[in-house]
Design a protein around this ligand. Structure first.
Ligand SMILES: Cc1cc2nc3c(=O)[nH]c(=O)nc-3n(C[C@H](O)[C@H](O)[C@H](O)COP(=O)(O)OP(=O)(O)OC[C@H]3O[C@@H](n4cnc5c(N)ncnc54)[C@H](O)[C@@H]3O)c2cc1C
Length: 168
């Protein structure tokens, strides 16, 4: 078949190691609670990134924000703070629209991305972000993103209260 431009997306499937481990289903996605990010049926194991079966974009930013949430959860367990960190499905991504214009897409499980007009300022910001790529990956700019987009997780401290009630 002839074509001028082929844009093809192969069928998505999980990693062989997940399929052979028996943790995932036939397609290789790990059954994961979309808020706690714990592997379903396991209270002490987490899954993040492309390998989960969470209905959300398979993207670097999701893997990054899930990693932050999971790190907070594990640290909380180690320090016994009783806080539970629940990923809220935040995504954020600059999108170039051509003609030196861009939009910033962001949303959560409960907040759909809003329609917006492409702008040159957002294009320039996106170009600037490219220069800060490695700084962003380290999480150093996360507080700035959190001011504008909200943190990638909700925090509950219910477990400690429940535990204190039991002790009393
Ligand atoms: C062309 C392309 C462009 C993209 N552009 C963007 C973008 O602009 N923005 C964005 O946010 N996301 C983008 N993504 C998506 C992003 O790259 C992924 O979502 C992200 O890398 C997922 O991270 P991960 O750690 O979950 O998985 P991966 O990055 O795939 O890491 C999994 C690692 O596990 C290793 N591995 C597999 N099996 C084994 C084994 N048996 N033992 C040991 N190691 C193993 C693999 O080699 C790999 O290094 C893009 C993806 C592609 C393909």
């Amino acid at each position: 078949m002839g074509y001028d431009l082929l844009i093809a997306i192969p069928p998505h499937r999980g990693a062989d190691v997940v399929i052979s481990s028996g943790i995932g289903g036939e397609e290789g996605w790990i059954p994961t609670d979309r808020h706690t990010l714990k592997i379903k049926g396991h209270d002490d194991a987490y899954a993040i990134g492309d390998t989960t079966d969470i209905p959300i974009s398979k993207s670097g930013v999701v893997a990054h924000l899930e990693a932050i949430t999971t790190a907070e959860s594990i640290a909380s367990q180690i320090h016994g703070t009783g806080k539970v960190y629940l990923y809220n499905g935040r995504i954020n991504c600059p999108l170039e629209m051509g003609d030196r214009k861009a939009v910033f897409v962001s949303g959560t499980y409960t907040r759909q991305p809003e329609r917006q007009n492409p702008s040159t300022i957002k294009y320039l910001m996106k170009r600037f972000f490219n220069r800060l790529y490695w700084t962003m990956l380290s999480g150093a700019l996360e507080p700035v993103f959190n001011i504008y987009l909200g943190p990638p997780y909700d925090v509950r401290d219910g477990e400690r209260r429940r535990w204190q009630r039991l002790v009393k």
